[in-house]
Ligand binder design. Structure first.
Ligand code: ATP
Ligand code: MG
Length: 217
């Protein structure tokens, strides 16, 4: 379970998030909508422990974030940024990264399975990623995060550069891990249809606050 208690983020004079309370249960699927600049990415970056709140506290399974090792938190709550950064030169450099930080061997079979599931099977693991399109980068970044399935996957407009067919492929593959492994999903989107299609709850963020909470199904 993820809990944000009275969270504020105010690096300068103006608050970006103010006094926000939110609980997300294990395996829950939540979409987040709201105007540009309202604080959605900041909220996910706080949940992912990439930034620290200026007030309030975050808890994972009842334990304060500050009592976890950063790498343990990052492997449990995994964030895919709005503009993903790819590593190294090749697809392999990216899909093998999660194994490398765990000092394990890269599961090549799984990497190839995911490349096919995300409609990138025309490329092999040695393909150079420097000329990848925006949508190809987005898919490879998500593959990198699914090499090991976390407890919570935080997606920041993860399919914004994809056509409808690829968007649905990505959604289906991600939600498969919700059904099979109880993956919790928190997904920022500007696509209103997407925000209700598969999620059980939808939050609206406006001016750094949760202005609406809807139970979808
Ligand atoms: N570290 C920071 N210092 C100062 N201002 C910041 C910082 N991080 C974010 N902001 C500002 O906070 C506001 C919210 O940013 P955020 O990226 O969370 O918005 P968003 O809701 O994700 O918007 P979009 O839909 O455009 O992605 C923006 O005005 C941004 O410039
Ligand atoms: Mg954003």
């Amino acid at each position: 379970m993820l809990e944000l208690k009275n969270i504020s983020f105010q690096p300068n004079d103006a608050p970006i998030l103010s006094h926000l309370n939110l609980t997300i249960n294990e395996g829950e699927t939540v979409s987040i909508i709201g105007p540009s600049g309202s604080g959605k990415s900041t909220l996910l970056r706080l949940m992912a422990d990439l930034i620290s709140p200026t007030d309030g506290q975050c808890f994972l399974n009842g334990k304060n974030y500050i009592s976890y090792k950063p790498e343990q938190l990052r492997q449990t709550v995994s964030y895919c940024p709005q503009t993903p950064t790819l590593f190294g030169e090749t697809i392999f450099d990216n899909v093998s990264f999660p194994a490398k930080i765990r000092k394990e061997k890269c599961d090549i079979k799984r990497a190839n399975y995911l490349l096919t599931a995300f409609n990138l099977s025309q490329y092999d693991l040695n393909t150079n990623v420097s000329r990848f399109s925006g949508g190809e980068k987005q898919r490879l970044a998500i593959i990198r995060q699914l090499m090991y399935v976390p407890k919570f996957l935080l997606l920041d407009e993860a399919t914004s550069a994809l056509d409808q067919k690829n968007q649905q492929l990505v959604e289906q593959e991600i939600f498969k891990y919700h059904q099979e492994k109880g993956l919790g999903i928190i997904w920022i989107t500007h696509d209103i249809k997407q925000s209700t299609r598969l999620f059980s709850r939808r939050l609206t963020i406006e001016q750094g606050k949760i202005s609406n909470e809807e139970v979808i199904k």
